[in-house]
Structures are given as structure tokens and as C-alpha cells.
Design a protein around this ligand. Structure first.
Ligand SMILES: NC(=O)C1=CN([C@@H]2O[C@H](COP(=O)(O)OP(=O)(O)OC[C@H]3O[C@@H](n4cnc5c(N)ncnc54)[C@H](O)[C@@H]3O)[C@@H](O)[C@H]2O)C=CC1
Ligand SMILES: O=C(O)[C@H]1O[C@H](OP(=O)(O)OP(=O)(O)OC[C@H]2O[C@@H](n3ccc(=O)[nH]c3=O)[C@H](O)[C@@H]2O)[C@H](O)[C@@H](O)[C@@H]1O
Length: 444
């Protein structure tokens, strides 16, 4: 099938590449000329494990194309995916300007029946708005379908190629059949295509993201309580998660959820609820707790160093909002960098993929190093903001010899407490006992 994808950001590039991989001819369209130039030259624009290989193969096999022209890109396309940004507006609601602009442009360009698919995360009622905008200029039949995306960055290819489910919102039989054909190769393992109406599909996406953010936040509060009650959140997590009604996943406490989606989607759902005069209390609490959680280690760091951090040096391991991505949008690291800089701390940072993106925002206010050991050179403490696998089993001998003092503040519970005890590190983590804390420091 010939398809077009408008927007070659994270979702657009993965969507386009994966549909090409299953034999479709795909043209991806973006207004960012630099991006399109790179992509046309066979250079991938995001870091995503496994994507580059598929991307290169499909370009070579003439199934994946890029252009800046909407008219050229959608020519002969039976299905057009809109994978456009929906950033939070000033009031927290999703800003639909990118989607509606493309909808306006698309109408007059359609030359035969086409399915237009909202792949972006959009509030309930957006499919109706897109339909209305397109119909102003369209002279042919078309359908607007809601097909929200559930992929996670870092495992996006796997999530897209083997989805647990695909949600498709349409009441049109014609569009239903086309979407079923398009997705057939991805759901062969018995995972379902879940068909529903457009509004329900739109809400499903916000409900799923908000539920996951709530699950994490609930665990963060349990962790905070563990610290006060002298319990171990790792044990509690395992004890809870083995109940299949609760499930093991997304129960890992830490310094809050970040990324381009959970924060904005929780906020947007809360705003949608408010607009209908519904007071969604849980979502408000989730946002409050997450704000607190992001910098919850700062007071501990301050207290450990006797209340004054001026002139201290901290090695920050991890900057990306989670491992296996270079994405730093709403990354907890950024909030901690800001808080530490305000206290007069020198920050020596390392992240395997995210440093360039952080440099664009923070500039030379912090220093960047190519490996975690260089970052740790002469530091008073290590702060772990992202649980990259390479931090899990460090060469402790090497680390001992370069750190000024053996202190770790771990926002992602990377190490076993026994290992920290054995290695003689003063170790603070989330929801667990603080280890080897000198008597003069009051932490429990
Ligand atoms: N990033 C993620 O992991 C996921 C994102 N989503 C949702 O998917 C949507 C897209 O997200 P991302 O891919 O992360 O966004 P992004 O910001 O990475 O990419 C969007 C792209 O659209 C392009 N664009 C803007 N206006 C355009 C126009 N008029 N014509 C053509 N291209 C245009 C931009 O230049 C950019 O390359 C959002 O609604 C997001 O919430 C859903 C699931 C996962
Ligand atoms: O709508 C979206 O864009 C996507 O948002 C999330 O995906 P993503 O943001 O890539 O990352 P996650 O793996 O969900 O992690 C989000 C944040 O939660 C944190 N997290 C996750 C799991 C956990 O147990 N604890 C925890 O603190 C991570 O560190 C990260 O900051 C969802 O998992 C995807 O299904 C969804 O498609």
C-alpha cells in the first residue's frame, strides 16, 4: 500500500520505517528542511536501538522516501498518518495548531478517497475537528481515524513491530478494512486490533498514559513512606508486583517520571476534565507528587554536606529522561541541575546519548565528559539521574581512586544495598535504607 506520514519526529520516523518494513511504500513529510535533508542522505535523526538498520534497508529497497512537500508526499497515498507535535499550550491543554494546519492544507490536495489517521496524542473531539477542517477544502470522500501510538522510546521498534494491541477508532467500514489490512502483519502473534469509535480511541491514549504515570507515582509515595517507616521499597515492590492483578511493570520508584509524554498527557487530561467541570482529583495529586519527587534528593545532599553546597563538585551520571534514548524532554536531571547550580555546585556530567541535547539548553553552566569516570574525577559525590546499564557494574577500584569522597546519591536505585555496604560507599537511594552514613549526619 502507498502511505504517507506527516511529521518525521520520533513517532513519524518509527511509523514510517516500520510500515516500509512490512512492504508498504512510505513517504515521510516534514517542514524541517534540515531534518529532511539528513534523512534523504540516509542519516537517521533520532537515537533508537534497531531503527537505523531498518531505516537504511528500506531506503535501499526504495520503499522509504522523504520530502518537505505535502503535495508531493501524499500523492497516491491511500492512508495519511499525522504524527505531528501536540505540545502543551499555556493552559496545559494539547495545542492542536500543527494538526489543524496540516488538516487545512490537506483538503484541497486530496484527489481520491483517503484515510487520514491521527497518530498524535490528541484530546477527545480532535478527529471531528480534523474532519471539519479537511472537508472545507476536499472535493473527494475521506475518513478520519484515531489510531493513537503506544510505543516507548528506547524500545520503539519492538513496541511498533510487536504491539500488545493496536487501538483504532473509526465508525467507517471502508476505513476499518484498510486499517485492518495495514496492521495485519503486526498483530499476527494473537495480539488484538481493538476497534472502537474515534472519541473512545482518543481517550484510551490519555487514560493509558495517565494510569501508568499514576502507577509510578503511587510507588514513589510508597517509597517515600518506606524511608520514614524503615521498610525497603524493593521488597514491597516485589511483594506487590507478583500479584498478577497489579503486575510487575512500572512499579519502579525514582526521581519522578519525565519524557515528552507522561507530563504533558497527564496535564492535558486534567485540563480536559476541568473543561467539562469534572474535578479529576487523582491527576492533580499525581502532578504534585511528581514535582516534589524530581528534586527529593536535593535536601538530603544539602544536609549531608552540612547545609552548604557552595563549591562542591557533583558528578551527574545520566541526563536522558530514561536509558536508551537521547531525549531529555522533562528529564528529572534538568530539574536537579538547576537546583544544584542554584546551590553553587559544580556539575560534571556524563550521559551516553543525551549530552548534546542538554548542552543546547544548559550550555557551559555544567561540564560534559565522555565517560562516567572522567565525570567522577575529583567529585565530592556521584548523583545518578538515569539508570543506563553501563552504570550498573562500575569498576569500583577505579572509582574509589578518582572520587574525592565515596558518596552516591542514586535517584534510580541502581545498586544493591549489600554491594554499597561492602564497597564502603555512603549511599542514599529512593525508598531504601541509607547506607554507611557517618554518625554526624542525621539521615535514617
Ligand atoms: N515520542 C514518543 O515516544 C511518543 C509520542 N506520541 C505522540 O505523537 C506525537 C508526535 O510526537 P513526536 O514524534 O515525539 O514529536 P516530535 O516533536 O519529535 O516530531 C514532530 C515532527 O513534526 C514536524 N512538523 C511540525 N509541523 C509540521 C508540518 N506542518 N508538516 C510536516 N511536519 C511538521 C516537526 O518538524 C517534527 O519533526 C505527539 O502527539 C506525541 O504525544 C505518542 C507515543 C509515543
Ligand atoms: O505516549 C507516549 O509518548 C509514550 O509514553 C510512555 O513512553 P516513554 O515516555 O517513552 O517512556 P516510559 O518508559 O514510559 O517512561 C516514562 C517515564 O517514567 C519513568 N518510569 C517508568 C517506569 C517505572 O517503573 N518508573 C519510572 O519512574 C521513566 O524513568 C521515565 O522518566 C509510555 O510508556 C508509552 O506507552 C507511550 O506511547
Amino acid at each position: 500500500m502507498k502511505i504517507a506520514v506527516v511529521g518525521t519526529g520520533y513517532v513519524g520516523l518509527v511509523t514510517g520505517t516500520c510500515f516500509a518494513e512490512t512492504g508498504n511504500t512510505v513517504t515521510c513529510i516534514d517542514i524541517d528542511q534540515e531534518k529532511v535533508k539528513k534523512l534523504k542522505n540516509g542519516k537517521i535523526t533520532i537515537y533508537e536501538p534497531g531503527l537505523e538498520q531498518l531505516f537504511e534497508r528500506n531506503i535501499k529497497q526504495d520503499r522509504l522516501f522523504f520530502t518537505t512537500s505535502l503535495a508531493e508526499g501524499i500523492q497516491d497515498a491511500k492512508v495519511i498518518f499525522l504524527a505531528l507535535p501536540t505540545p502543551p499550550g499555556e493552559d496545559g491543554s494539547a495545542d492542536l495548531k500543527y494538526i489543524l494546519k496540516v488538516a487545512d492544507d490537506l483538503g484541497p490536495l486530496l484527489s481520491e478517497y483517503t484515510v487520514i489517521v491521527d497518530k498524535s496524542t490528541v484530546p477527545v473531539g480532535t478527529a471531528d475537528k480534523v474532519r471539519e477542517r479537511i472537508s472545507k477544502g476536499a472535493k473527494v470522500d475521506f475518513d478520519v481515524v484515531s489510531n493513537p501510538e503506544f510505543l516507548r522510546e528506547g524500545v520503539a521498534v519492538e513496541d511498533f513491530m510487536k504491539p500488545e494491541r493496536v487501538v483504532i477508532g473509526t465508525t467507517s467500514t471502508r476505513a476499518h478494512k484498510i486499517m485492518e489490512t495495514l496492521y495485519a502483519p503486526f498483530v499476527r502473534q494473537g495480539n488484538p486490533l481493538v476497534f472502537m469509535d474515534e472519541r473512545s480511541a482518543e481517550l484510551t491514549k490519555y487514560a493509558a498514559n495517565s494510569f501508568l504515570a499514576t502507577k509510578i507515582t503511587f510507588m514513589n509515595e510508597i517509597a517515600n513512606l518506606c524511608e520514614l517507616l524503615g521498610a525497603d521499597v524493593d521488597a514491597v515492590r516485589k511483594g506487590m508486583g507478583t500479584d498478577s492483578r497489579i503486575g510487575k511493570r512500572f512499579l519502579f520508584p525514582g526521581i519522578g517520571y519525565g519524557g515528552s509524554c507522561f507530563p504533558k498527557d497527564v496535564q492535558a487530561l486534567a485540563k480536559s476534565a476541568k473543561d467539562t467541570a469534572y474535578d479529576f482529583k487523582i491527576l492533580k495529586a499525581v502532578m504534585d507528587v511528581n514535582t516534589y519527587q524530581k528534586t527529593k534528593l536535593i535536601p538530603k545532599i544539602k544536609e549531608f554536606f552540612g547545609g552548604n553546597l557552595k563549591g562542591k563538585t557533583i558528578a551527574m551520571w545520566g541526563l536522558a529522561f530514561k536509558p536508551h534514548t537521547d531525549d531529555i524532554r522533562e528529564a528529572p536531571s534538568l530539574y536537579n541541575i538547576e537546583a544544584l547550580l542554584q546551590e553553587g555546585v559544580n556539575i560534571r556530567a556524563h550521559d551516553p546519548e543525551g549530552m548534546e541535547n542538554v548542552r543546547r539548553i544548559v550550555g557551559d553552566k555544567i561540564q560534559y565528559f565522555n565517560n562516567p569516570y572522567e565525570a567522577a574525577e575529583g567529585a565530592d559525590a556521584v548523583f545518578i539521574a538515569t539508570e543506563w546499564p553501563e552504570f550498573r557494574t562500575p569498576d569500583f577500584e577505579k572509582l574509589n581512586s578518582i572520587l574525592k569522597s565515596k558518596v552516591i546519591f542514586d535517584g534510580r536505585n541502581v545498586y544493591e544495598l549489600d554491594v554499597m555496604k561492602e564497597q564502603g560507599y555512603t549511599y542514599f537511594s529512593i525508598g531504601r535504607e541509607a547506607v554507611n552514613v557517618p554518625k554526624e549526619v542525621i539521615h535514617g
